[in-house]
Design a protein around this ligand. Structure first.
Ligand code: HEC
Length: 155
């Protein structure tokens, strides 16, 4: 009888320790692993990184780099936004004798790029769509292939 109870207690303790260990492993990998893309994460990135050039509300800074009213990009295929975030944007002619500044590529991982694209499309584009890390990789590869093809044709 006694040995039976002790046995049960030993098993219970063992199982408890096992569950706690699994919990710690899961918690650790959650803390270190890459989390899946969310528009909320994109909003945080916009506030901490993009707003220095585009303004906290996307209305630009000193009349420059306004984002909200860009029908050219919000009306286009969502891949266009991803292309800008992954590769940046080249400087352009402002048609007033000045060069409009270039935008640097986004120095973040693919989950963060997807999060930011989702935030932009939801907020400025009115498109409630999901964007995944796989979309980021797909656009990156497609753009690279197209660019290489164009460069090779020039030779
Ligand atoms: C160092 C300044 C700078 C930072 C930081 C920056 N951008 Fe830009 N961005 C620009 C400039 C300059 C342009 C081109 C502006 C123009 O065409 O008037 C641009 C253009 C864009 C465009 C539109 C391009 C088009 O085709 O109309 C989008 C979308 C954009 N940025 C999003 C972002 C997001 C999101 C972030 C943060 C991850 C970001 N930018 C960070 C400077 C910046």
């Amino acid at each position: 009888m006694f040995s039976g109870t002790a046995h049960t207690r030993m098993w219970t303790t063992g199982i408890l320790l096992f569950v706690v260990a699994i919990g710690i492993v899961a918690w650790q990998s959650g803390a270190n692993g890459v989390s899946s893309p969310t528009p909320q994460r994109g909003s945080d990135i916009f506030a901490s990184y993009c707003s220095r050039c585009h303004g906290a509300d996307g209305n630009g800074v000193n009349g420059r780099a306004e984002l909200r009213k860009r029908t050219n990009i919000w009306g286009a295929h969502p891949d266009k936004v991803l292309t800008v975030l992954i590769f940046g944007a080249a400087a352009t002619d402002d048609h007033q004798g000045q060069i409009r500044k270039a935008m640097p590529p986004m120095p973040y991982n693919d989950a963060d790029i997807a999060s930011t694209a989702m935030y932009l499309l939801h907020t400025f584009g009115g498109k409630m769509i999901d964007i995944s890390e796989a979309d980021v990789e797909r656009v990156r590869v497609a753009h690279r292939e197209a660019t290489l093809k164009r460069l090779r044709q020039k030779k």
